[in-house]
Design a protein around this ligand. Structure first.
Ligand SMILES: C[S@@+](CC[C@H](N)C(=O)[O-])C[C@H]1O[C@@H](n2cnc3c(N)ncnc32)[C@H](O)[C@@H]1O
Length: 243
């Protein structure tokens, strides 16, 4: 686990732990449910969607698609585009396919697609989980056509920091973050742009926050001091565009 990371699952790149975390969509759905737009009214998903749609690709590969929300939004905005959503988890692929999308099981470190076969590759909130970040980025580069774009979304070190610290954890430092993502991408791409987005986590009450933390780490859930009423926390996310 990277230094400073908390809990056995959040931001971790161990394959068995990651597979267990995403064996069903329940934990991911629970975590997604607390997020609201930040002060500028946009979510990171809005920013990533608009970036991909603005590129007007004829083909997109999404890796680590989860339950398929971003895939559905982009595919709806680009009806002529061949959008292929993939994930290492069979249950995530099933959840995405249930939206009527083309979805397949695939692992980013060994993509079963030919060289130069996609205009755009999307990886949202998943590069902090891959066991070999450089192997993953090399695969993305390989399947992108020359001049293609890679859109990657991830969180920063201070994402939900106050909540994690109040629960007895530490700030979250991962292998691919708002802070270190550009450096990793520059090993494979000549141009990298970053859009940083403040977001808001809204917990209706203490029980809600504990339920969130349970999807991350039981010990954090038990460590959260009591508070009355709703609680609002800050999230920090970055959308990278690498070419
Ligand atoms: C935090 S979720 C993000 C899901 C989705 N992109 C979203 O924005 O909601 C991480 C996803 O990456 C998938 N994943 C983790 N490691 C992977 C790998 N090595 N290759 C492909 N998918 C992976 C997980 O199964 C999970 O669905």
């Amino acid at each position: 686990m990277p230094r400073g990371a908390v809990g056995p699952t959040y931001g971790v790149a161990d394959p068995d732990t990651v597979a267990a975390q995403y064996a069903t969509p329940d934990r991911l759905r629970r975590r997604m449910s607390i997020w609201r737009p930040g002060p500028d009214g946009r979510t990171p998903r809005d920013v990533a969607r608009d970036l991909v749609v603005g590129l007007a690709p004829r083909s997109v590969l999404e890796v680590g698609c989860g339950t398929g929300e971003l895939a559905e939004e982009i595919a709806a905005a680009l009806p002529a585009c061949a959008y292929l959503a993939t994930d290492a988890s069979e249950s995530m692929v099933a959840a995405t396919a249930a939206r009527g999308l083309h979805a397949e099981v695939a692992t980013i470190g060994s993509l079963p697609y030919p060289d130069a076969s996609f205009d755009v590759v999307v990886a949202a909130w998943m590069l902090y989980h891959v066991p070999d970040l450089d192997a993953a980025l090399a695969e993305v580069r390989r399947v992108l056509r020359p001049g293609g774009s890679f859109v990657a979304v991830t969180n920063g070190d201070r994402h939900l920091a106050r909540l994690l610290e109040d629960a007895g954890g530490d700030i979250l430092v991962t292998q691919f973050s708002s802070e270190n993502g550009e450096e990793a991408l520059r090993r494979y791409f000549a141009r990298v742009a970053a859009t940083h987005i403040a977001t808001t986590a809204y917990f209706t009450d203490h029980t809600d926050a504990v339920a969130y933390l349970e999807t991350v780490d039981e010990s954090l859930a038990h460590g959260l001091a009591w508070f009355d009423g709703p609680r609002v926390e800050a999230g920090y996310t970055t959308v990278f565009h690498a070419r």
